[in-house]
Design a protein around this ligand. Structure first.
Ligand SMILES: *Cc1c(COP(=O)(O)O)cnc(C)c1O
Length: 356
């Protein structure tokens, strides 16, 4: 695919104030774009000024949602180095999502090179205040003008960047979660394992309904029996029950998070028993009743670790650890963010540095 030409933007945007950064509303001066056609494969990689894209109204992406995305971050260390966290895992997953959506694979190493080059160009956009970062959003859209139901013959792979504020402004904070027993996010055989827009579209209704009653997110149950725990919002979920860590096993409808994978590796490294298995919510309820539910938390790139202080399940309320952040949740958060910002040892070589 060769080198990546850069067209610089003639005007630089004003950078937002670091303590007023909202998630996902501000974008940098440039973006990466690459095209695909059946004849040429992926071609014409380029970095260009951030701008609107023009598509035919019949483009497949608008009608049938043939699209995938990724989410990762670039972190600025105290000595001004730029870190990516396990970007190869995101690119592997991008191609697994591509496979599921009949989108042609992308060269993973080349995609990482493109991300590095774009982030390097936009280094001044990486905020430096504690907990802030530059969110990286790679995505693929199907661009063929055709409203028959079939995989597109043309695509674009685009990477945009957005400076994001600290997820926890007043320290890591437990949230209230409602167990969702009507709507489901995904089913085995469906697209739950793929990072694709449709899963998010399907999740909005349940989220909207519980937000009105003061819940941060829903806990998704399995789509067949509505019994087994799957994910929390758009994060993977973990429980500490009587000293052991449990998390739902990857069953075909759960999205495998890079954070989930990292949490499991760290916990095992520290000597914890981690069981990946089917977990009925009733089991969580019983563990809580017996005083054995010690912690619960979500894990994902945006929040890293999001402690759960309370579950509501039908008429029951389960308060966990007095609604306070648990020890393991805190240690995981501190260690993962420490590795990301370069203040902690990186025992698994997770960090990829972007060199000048
Ligand atoms: C992206 C995502 C996650 C978390 O994945 P990370 O790689 O850890 O950010 C979990 N669940 C869903 C549904 C997701 O889309």
């Amino acid at each position: 695919m060769g080198s990546i030409p850069i067209t610089l933007s003639s005007e630089k945007k004003k950078k937002p104030n670091q303590d007023q950064l909202e998630f996902g509303r501000t974008f940098t001066d440039h973006m990466f774009v690459m095209d695909y056609s059946n004849e040429k494969g992926w071609y014409n990689p380029r970095i260009m000024p951030y701008q609107s894209i023009t598509l035919d109204p019949a483009a497949i992406v608008f009608h049938y949602g043939q699209t995938v995305f990724e989410g990762l971050k670039a972190y600025l260390t105290q000595d001004e180095k730029v870190h990516l966290f396990r970007p190869e895992k995101n690119m592997e997953r991008l191609n697994r999502s591509n496979d599921r959506l009949c989108i042609p694979n992308i060269d993973e190493e080349f995609a990482i090179e493109a991300i590095k080059k774009l982030v390097h160009l936009e280094k001044d956009w990486i905020p430096s205040a504690p907990g802030t970062s530059l969110y990286i959003r790679p995505f693929v859209i199907s661009t063929e003008a055709y409203i028959g139901v079939a995989p597109s013959k043309t695509y674009q792979f685009i990477v945009i960047l957005s400076p994001v504020g600290a997820y926890y402004k007043e320290g890591i904070n437990p949230v209230k979660i409602a167990v969702e027993s009507k709507y489901v996010r995904a089913v085995p055989g469906g697209t739950g394992e793929a990072k694709t827009g449709g899963n998010y579209a399907a999740s909005l209704k349940a989220q909207e309904l519980v937000a009105g009653s003061g819940y941060a997110q829903v806990l998704w149950l399995d789509g067949v029996e509505r019994k087994y725990v799957e994910e929390v919002g758009s994060m993977n979920v973990f429980f500490k029950i009587n000293g052991e860590i449990v998390t739902p096993s990857l069953n075909g409808s759960i999205l495998e998070g890079v954070t989930r994978n990292s949490v499991i590796k760290l916990l095992k490294h520290w000597g914890y028993t981690v069981n990946e298995r089917k977990i009925a919510f009733e089991e969580i309820y019983n563990a809580h009743k017996d005083g054995q539910l010690e912690e619960a938390f979500g894990a994902g790139t945006a929040a890293v670790i999001s402690p759960i202080g309370e579950f509501s399940w039908n008429e029951h309320k389960l308060v966990i650890n007095n609604g306070e952040t648990g020890e393991v949740s805190k240690k995981l958060y501190d260690t993962l963010t420490g590795i990301q910002y370069g203040t902690e040892q990186d025992p698994f070589d997770w960090i990829v540095e972007i060199n000048d």
